[in-house]
Design a protein around this ligand. Structure first.
Ligand SMILES: Cc1ncc(COP(=O)(O)O)c(C=O)c1O
Length: 390
């Protein structure tokens, strides 16, 4: 039986997988089971921000795995406390809760908002159309995409849906039960939709005025993707809570919820927990990752991001079916007039891995270690594929 048949027979068919079995990765490249090499401009949906098997990350994992792999959160561990200290020193004054995934990091943020709002009778959270916050029941309800809700109703109550970049729609939803506003600074799964700076600033003002928590889901925008360590730093708008996962572990499962010190009293002993959350090996990997993401490294991400966008915009002027090119740092979307699945397939055939979301938005999430030559190569392949559609 081929790997495709085994998958079909034994695994729930919840993913529409590309017919590609990957077996090896190094830096910006992955190899399939026929030893074909691909330039990976998807990075496992912005998980492998440092590329595949970064030597510093591999070394940290090996070192920790040979020393101690797991102890319960009933005890103290050095990698976890070091990571918490690192994250707080690099973000804002507060505390961290560690989990294993993005959905869990968001669940934790939702619980903080609810617990903090409880004495005042507040529990509603304003979220946004086209958002994506996870697949657990609460994060699914927080996700503003009806197609994903279908079949799982009744949804967890308390989520109100506003329109992205529309401050009036937010204001309309605020009432005495509102506890928080939760938003991705750039919607990833929703189509690489960038929040306007003014919009995020206005959200901050509204939260200050009504005493609401501002939660940024930075599961895609965090860990250098936008050219600063956290997306909120690129926007210059400080949230009260940020959630991280994906590239925080470079492929090992870890999630983190960072809350400003004003809100840390919301959680007391027994309010939240996780068996694996903040486990030693993922934390050791994360500490290694944070060491690589120096200000100089991030400056290069911004430069390369600007270069990549400019090259894609050149293609836009060449191909009228490109509706828009948008992005920040190395989180980039190219919206088409038509469905992009075939283009993804053709790029794959020519050795370039990209993705398509919301049917018409080609999504580029290259590893942050790429250089101009890699960008030029990706553009050359992309251009040669687009030519067929002219
Ligand atoms: C913005 C955002 N939030 C949350 C999640 C959920 O993360 P996970 O799949 O690790 O639960 C994702 C996953 O794509 C995401 O992009």
């Amino acid at each position: 039986m081929s790997i495709y048949d085994v998958e079909k027979k034994y695994i729930f068919q919840t993913y529409k997988r590309r017919k590609l079995a990957l077996i090896k990765g190094k830096g910006k490249f992955v190899w399939d089971n026929k030893n074909r090499k691909y330039l990976d401009f998807f990075s496992g949906i912005t998980v492998c921000n440092l590329g595949h098997c970064h030597p510093k990350v591999v070394e940290a994992i090996k070192k920790q795995a040979s020393k101690l792999i797991h102890v319960s959160n009933h005890y103290y561990t050095q990698p976890q406390t070091e990571l918490a200290k690192n994250l707080i020193h690099k973000s804002f004054s507060g505390k961290v809760f560690f989990s294993n995934s993005g959905a869990e990091a968001n669940e934790c943020a939702i619980k903080i908002a609810r617990k903090w709002g409880k004495p005042k009778g507040r529990y509603e959270i304003i979220v946004f159309d086209n958002s994506f916050h996870g697949r657990t029941l609460a994060t699914l309800a927080a996700t503003g995409q009806k197609k994903l809700h279908k079949g799982f109703e009744p949804l967890v109550p308390g989520f109100k849906y506003a329109r992205f970049n529309d401050i009036k729609s937010v204001k309309k939803l605020i009432n005495k039960k509102t506890a928080a506003i939760m938003i991705e600074p750039i919607q990833g799964e929703g189509g690489v939709n960038l929040a306007a700076k003014k919009f995020l600033r206005d959200l901050r003002k509204i939260c200050n005025k009504h005493n609401l928590l501002l939660i940024f889901d930075e599961i895609q925008t965090g860990i250098g993707r936008t050219g600063r360590l956290f997306g909120y730093q690129t926007y210059g708008v400080k949230p009260d809570v940020i959630t991280l996962a994906k590239s925080l572990g470079s492929g090992l499962p870890i999630g983190a919820t960072i809350a400003d010190r004003k809100y840390i009293s919301a959680f007391v002993y027994g309010d939240h927990g996780s068996t694996f959350g903040g486990s030693l090996v993922p934390c050791a990997a994360s500490n290694a990752i944070l060491k690589v993401l120096t200000p100089g490294f991030l400056a290069k991400v911004r430069q390369n991001g600007g270069y990549f966008l400019s090259k894609l915009k050149e293609l836009k002027s060449k191909y009228p079916f490109i509706r828009e090119v948008r992005g920040m740092g190395l989180m980039v979307g190219v919206e088409l007039d038509f469905k992009g699945a075939d283009i993804v397939q053709s790029c794959q055939g020519k050795g370039l891995i990209i993705n398509c979301t919301q049917e018409k938005v080609l999504r580029f999430l290259p590893p942050l270690i790429i250089n101009r030559k890699d960008i030029d190569k990706a553009i050359r392949i992309f251009d040669s594929v687009l030519r067929k559609y002219k």
